[in-house]
Design a protein around this ligand. Sequence first.
Ligand code: HEM
Length: 179
Amino acid sequence: MKGIVFTEFLELVEEKFGLAMVDKIIQQSSLASGGIYTAIGTYDFSEMLSLLTHLSNNTGISIDDLLLAYGEHFFGILANSYPGLINTYEDPIELLSSIENHIHIEVQKIYPKAELPTFEVLEKTSSKLVMVYKSSRAMYSFGLGLMNKTFEHYDSSATILMEKIKKDGTEVKFSITKN
Ligand code: HEM
């Protein structure tokens, strides 16, 4: 997992829960990195899982809710860092249906070590998109947060239904309908 995902996560934890919470979850997670991340580095995903698990235990907020909030926050980071990629699209459904065959392909060129999910489009119209998320990291709630903010970016909104195809969340079907 890319360092930017860790650095932005810890910044958001600091903003929402304070620096003491950042120190606490780093101490509680036995991290090979020692909790020191650079944006361009690459780190083991298990470190993110450990940080999330301890944050969840300390705050009583579920990992899904933490990842949803983090996904919503991360969209702003992506939009600032890669305006060209996002501005290629004039419509949120066009953008979301192009993650797999354009956006994440470009990401993989920039960061060859990025570990990205796959999104298989099952159905697409101008107002509806059905796609299946697959990833061993089961970060579907992070994806939901990114999708919510994608619609907001275009002054639009959608009703998004998530159905787990696999119980562990490594395969999830998203049914997205523009409001
Ligand atoms: C992960 C880039 C849009 C879904 C990531 C990562 C990067 C990235 C750098 C981290 C990879 C790693 O740590 O190894 C981008 C860029 C985007 C974009 C530049 C747009 C300009 C989206 C959108 C979605 C999405 C709109 C909506 C569903 C995800 C998910 C992950 C991810 C769910 C977590 C990894 C996983 O589940 O396996 N993306 N992304 N991305 N991205 Fe994107």
